[in-house]
Each structure stands twice: as C-alpha cells, then as structure tokens.
Design a binder for this molecule. Structure first.
Ligand SMILES: NC(=O)c1ccc[n+]([C@@H]2O[C@H](COP(=O)([O-])OP(=O)(O)OC[C@H]3O[C@@H](n4cnc5c(N)ncnc54)[C@H](O)[C@@H]3O)[C@@H](O)[C@H]2O)c1
Ligand SMILES: [Zn+2]
Length: 375
C-alpha cells in the first residue's frame, strides 16, 4: 500500500494505492472483523460521512466492480444510489450529466452526500463535473480503474465533459476528497488501454524524472505481467510527478503545460486518424515526433532518442503509423485549443528528465517530426 499526498494551495488530499482494497471485506468477510484493515466503504465514511451516497460508473466497469463497491459502502451504512451510463467518450456529455442530476435529485441526495466516480477517465471527468455542480458542490471521491485514470485523469482536479463543438470544453477545477486506487482492477482492463496509460507514464519520466524512466525500462516485464508490487510503485511514482506539477500550477498557467509533451502532435494524429489511433497511442507517437524535433534542434541526443524508442517498443506502443499529409496534420495542430494565436507551442525535450515549452518552432521542423513517425 502507498499513499501520495497531493498538496494544493487551498486543498490537500491523499491518493491511496492498495491492491485488493475494492473487494476487501466483501470476498473475505472475516477480514474486517478485527478492525485492523480498512475497506473502501470505511475510507469513504472517513472523508464524507453521510447517510446516502451515489456511485457514478459506466456499464462495463459496473458489471465488474459495481457490486463490490456497493456492498462495501452498504457495510459502512450508506444508502447507495448506483448511476450507470454507457461507456465511451461520446457519453462524456451534458446529457449524461443531466441524467445524473435527475437520479441524485430523485433519491434526494443532500449536500453532504458524496459522489463516487468508479471507472476510467470518462467516468472520473463526468462524475467530477456532476459533484462540482450538483447543489453547487458535494464531496467527490475518485476510484479510478484504468491506468490512464489512475496516473493522469484522477490527479489535478480537472473535471468536465465534451460538447458537440469539441472535447473537454465545459468543465471546472474541482478536487476530490480522496482518491482510492486498487491496482488489481487493471487485470480486467483491455490490454490496449493498459498500453495507453503506459504512454502517459513514459511521458512523466521524460519530462520530470530520469530515474523513473530508467525504472520503467528495467521493469517493463513485471509491469506488463501486472505484478501488484510493481504496479504500486509505477502508480505512486507517476501520481507523485503529476501531483508535484499540479501543486505548482493548479490552474494551468505555467509548469502544467509540460504535461502536454507529445500531446500537440498526438491530438493531431488522433484526430486525423478519425480516432482509430487512441489517445495513448497518439501520445506515444507524439512524443517521438517531439523528440525528433528536439534532436534536430540539438536539445536532446540521438542516443536518448534511441532509448526512448526502445522503451516504447518494448512496452508494445507503436513507433510509426500511417499518417495523412503534413499539411492536414499541421492544420489539425493549429485547431488544437492549446495553440495560441496560430503559433504552435510545443513541449520539447532537453534531455531525458527535462522538458521545456518552446514557441516559434519552424513548420519545416514540425513536418520533420511527423516524417519520423510516418510508416
Ligand atoms: N481530468 C484530467 O486531468 C484528464 C487527464 C487525462 C485524460 N482525461 C480524460 O480521460 C478520458 C480517457 O480515460 P480512459 O482512457 O480511462 O478512458 P475510458 O474511461 O473510456 O476507459 C477506457 C475503457 O476501459 C474500460 N475500463 C476502465 N477500467 C476498466 C477495468 N478496470 N476493467 C475493464 N474495463 C475497464 C471502460 O469501460 C472503457 O471502455 C478522456 O475523456 C480524457 O479526456 C482527463
Ligand atoms: Zn494524455
């Protein structure tokens, strides 16, 4: 078990990482009797004592973990309202939010009643937005179940939904009371989703922690085998990196931009593939494009580029993809909401463990970045 503290200027909370916590006290009823070990229900009660609570989840995750969480909450004397919606980015929407409000109002949840998000980043962002706005804000608790949600989406307080005009355009900054992670849930996560989460982990090492990059390289096998101890280390180290960056820059005015390493390229790749390339795959490819530009601008070395390619490849992430024309990719990049006044702002790598936001990179360099990953 590991605990990472997230320390923001006005709010502090814990991310607790413990294999088996989700099913504790349910599959092994005896365990709680001694009172020595907590289960999820008792943690929720510690942070949000109330008579009722709601669990927001998607259908796939509900089938796998909904009953366990519900039973655990009921054991801690909550009356539990389960709210399920179909999974997928298309349902991270105001319609879903609205139907959550209906359920919460119908079951008369009050201001003290926590909303618990159980699922991947889609659930976390949606449930967080519901918690931030229902009755002007109720306690929010995150139980992320995908690797991406564990190491990225559940840290930093960004909550929100997509609208027809674009992704994540409506939302808020709203911090959870506590985040509880059971790495055992990764056993049921589709392999492709696991790899997508690992792309974000590689990104964290690259931009902030050379030692984490090396540790990830040395532990790829046990990570992919989902060894519980290794996963606790992987998740806690990655949460700590994101937490440290967010603590310095909660509202994304400075350092938090570094987390976009690989993302400006990645979003353009995802979008022009009509999303047949998933986010994490786009990020992996985007990192490689950014690293190519960084090498060309003599920021990092070709040896470093080789070790980054080796790591991504040993994980099973793509090094190349069929891409559309450079003109289309550049146009997609310029439409990205993080691009200011038509000038493309990139995060480049100075060395493994250090990145920098750079403005005014020549378009020819960006095209060379795309060419590096074009199959
Ligand atoms: N708030 C933030 O700071 C932040 C950061 C990064 C990404 N995001 C958001 O996160 C979302 C992507 O999150 P995601 O990659 O987790 O996608 P997701 O929530 O769609 O989950 C991926 C798929 O895996 C399934 N799943 C999740 N956990 C599972 C488990 N343990 N076992 C079996 N199936 C499981 C889900 O049902 C879904 O089908 C995007 O909407 C993105 O915008 C938010
Ligand atoms: Zn990302």
């Amino acid at each position: 078990m590991a605990i990472v503290e997230v320390k923001l200027p006005n709010h502090q909370y814990e991310v607790r990482i413990e294999p088996g916590i989700l099913k504790r006290g349910i599959l092994e009823p005896g365990i709680l009797e001694g009172g020595s070990l907590e289960n999820l229900g008792s943690i929720v009660r510690e942070f949000a004592p109330a008579s009722k609570c709601a669990v927001v989840t998607d259908s796939a995750v509900n089938k796998l973990y909904g009953e366990s969480l519900k039973a655990s909450l009921e054991k801690s004397s909550y009356h539990v309202q389960m709210i399920e919606f179909p999974g997928g980015e298309a349902h991270k929407s105001l319609q879903t939010v609205s139907s959550c409000y209906d359920s919460l109002l119908n079951s008369r949840l009050d201001r003290r009643s926590p909303v618990i998000g159980l699922g991947g980043g889609v659930v976390g962002d949606t449930a967080g937005f519901v918690a931030a706005t229902y009755l002007r804000g109720v306690p929010f608790i995150q139980v992320p179940c995908s690797l991406l949600a564990m190491v990225d989406a559940s840290v930093g307080g960004k909550v929100g939904v997509n609208v027809p005009q674009g992704k994540n355009l409506v939302g808020a900054f709203y911090q959870p009371k506590v985040v509880v992670i059971d790495p055992n849930t990764l056993k049921t996560l589709p392999h492709r989703e696991l790899l997508c989460g690992l792309a974000e982990c590689v990104k964290h090492g690259l931009l902030a922690d050379e030692e984490l990059f090396a540790w990830t390289r040395d532990n790829v096998r046990s990570i992919l085998d989902l060894d519980p101890e290794t996963l606790v280390t992987l998740i806690s180290r990655n949460v700590a990196i994101k937490a440290a960056i967010v603590a310095e820059d909660e509202k994304e005015r400075g350092k938090r931009a570094l987390l976009n390493l690989g993302h400006t390229f990645g979003h353009a790749i995802e979008k022009t593939s009509a999303y047949s390339i998933q986010h994490g795959e786009g990020v992996a490819l985007g990192i490689l494009a950014a690293v190519e530009v960084s090498c060309r601008l003599e920021r990092c070395t070709r040896e470093e580029q080789k070790s980054i390619e080796d790591l991504l490849s040993s994980i099973g992430l793509p090094l190349t993809a069929e891409l559309t024309s450079s003109a289309d990719l550049l146009a997609a990049m310029k439409l990205d909401k993080k691009v200011l006044d038509d000038a493309i702002r990139l995060v480049l790598l100075n060395r493994i463990g250090e990145a920098e936001v750079v403005d005014g990179v020549e378009e020819s360099e960006i095209i060379a970045g795309f060419d590096r990953i074009r199959s």
